[in-house]
Design a protein around this ligand. Structure first.
Ligand code: ADP
Length: 159
């Protein structure tokens, strides 16, 4: 049984994330989407909201589970019998940092990192751009799943 993890802030989850998660689910027995709870970083959605949204948008993929974590992802991997971290790479600019992080995680705990190239449709996409464009009235339909679009409208109108 090969269990992998897709870690991130997912504030909020985008179609780029979902593409990586669903492709990873085809290649491994189980994918745990691990939502980073980082109290020192301000987020639009709480960790519980991000978990709830991810659970809703991945409910059609039976081998995807959603969890929350803080601290080191390698500790989360050890505690949950996870053998590899799956990361999406959008551009060369992602690569330097991701490679360094992957080598550190292997050095610290022997946890492997597998990179998947982004679907070119979503290569430009990030949670922060979706938030920024939504905040100023941009059209983000097609960039994030419906539950995110709904909540973005509620949150940004309310906020
Ligand atoms: P972080 O807060 O760690 O930057 P994110 O929640 O923004 O995390 O993203 C989590 C991971 O999802 C990233 O490390 C990256 O591997 C992947 N990712 C994000 N956006 C995309 C995208 N548009 N296409 C492919 N992978 C992506």
């Amino acid at each position: 049984m090969i269990r992998v993890v897709c870690p991130g802030s997912f504030d909020p989850v985008t179609n780029g994330h979902l593409d990586i998660i669903s492709r990873a689910a085809k290649l491994h027995d189980e994918v745990v989407v691990a939502v980073l709870r980082n109290p020192s970083k301000s987020s639009l959605f709480t960790a519980d909201e991000r978990v709830e949204i991810l659970a809703e948008v991945t409910k059609g993929i039976s081998n995807v589970k959603v969890a929350k974590f803080d601290g080191l992802i390698v500790d989360f991997c050890r505690a949950n019998d996870i053998s590899a971290i799956v990361k999406g790479l959008r551009a060369v600019s992602d690569f330097d940092y991701e490679m360094q992080m992957a080598q550190m995680n292997y050095n610290q705990a022997g946890v492997e990192t597998l990179f998947m190239t982004t679907n070119p449709l979503y290569a430009f996409l990030s949670s922060s751009l979706v938030k920024e464009f939504a905040r100023f009235g941009g059209d983000v339909a097609g960039l994030a799943p419906d539950p995110v679009l709904r909540r973005l409208t509620e949150r940004l109108v309310a906020g």
